[in-house]
Write a protein that binds this ligand. Structure first.
Ligand code: PLP
Length: 227
């Protein structure tokens, strides 16, 4: 990926985000573009940062830790967005700012206990498996109120909202339906401190923003197709 290609891609994605926000009467500044940099070399992230992106999402811990170390001179925000095994929680708690993929209490407790007290609380979204989703990650909506209450009480974590990865669909109506479900699930929690809906990727960010996304997670349309 040349810097020029990267610049073109980022400009296009930012324009899509702005247009989608404006079309639904929202302020484009209320939607954060999270650049999903899994499988990309540290240099691509450095280039993207030079072009103004500051928040990066990673799925694979080992790879992420190397990049976080290599880019330590930049003030970047790091978001863990992949499945979490218990033996990975300590490094996640020590090296990330956000985790979008918390889906069970055991993991939340470990992240809270292992969050260094020198750092601000880890910013957390609960990953919900909304209907029709083929992925095995994410909790069921019925389990959400109990887990949200528990996580909200953990001192090392700050519960910010919900995340989902709906099954990919080309059909705008079904994209909207899935994202609307996540928004309704957050409204139903009636926890006014929650301000984050992490939803929408390269193929469906417009629908997500129309339904209230505050963070869109975009990989392919920024960095190109993954190999
Ligand atoms: C890979 C990934 C993305 C980015 O998907 P693209 O289609 O490449 O934009 C977003 N969210 C999660 C959780 C991912 O794993």
């Amino acid at each position: 990926m040349t810097r020029q290609q990267l610049l073109d891609n980022i400009s296009k994605v930012l324009a899509r985000v702005s247009r989608a926000a404006q079309n639904s009467g929202r302020n484009p500044g209320d939607v954060t573009l999270l650049a999903v940099s899994k499988t990309r070399p540290a240099q691509d992230i450095r280039d993207a940062a030079a072009l103004g992106l500051k928040q990066f999402g990673e799925n694979y811990l080992q790879e992420a830790l190397e990049k976080i170390r290599a880019l330590d001179d930049l003030q970047l925000g790091w978001h863990f967005i992949g499945p979490i095994q218990s033996n990975k929680t300590r490094a996640i708690a020590e090296h990330f700012d956000w985790v979008h993929s918390v889906d069970r209490l055991k993991i939340a407790r470990r992240l809270s206990e292992q969050r260094p007290s020198s750092l601000p609380p880890l910013q957390v979204c609960l990953q919900v498996n909304i209907s029709g989703e083929d992925s095995k990650s994410g909790l069921q909506s019925t389990e959400l109120p109990a887990l949200a209450a528990e996580v909200d009480s953990l001192p090392g974590l700050q519960l910010r909202g919900l995340m989902a990865i709906p099954a990919a669909s080309d059909d705008s109506a079904s994209q909207h339906r899935a994202f609307c479900q996540l928004r309704n699930a957050m409204t139903a929690l009636a926890m006014p401190q929650l301000d984050t809906l992490s939803m929408g990727m390269s193929g469906d960010l417009e629908a997500a923003i129309a339904e209230g996304a505050t963070i869109v997670r975009v990989g392919t349309d920024i960095f190109g197709a993954r190999g």
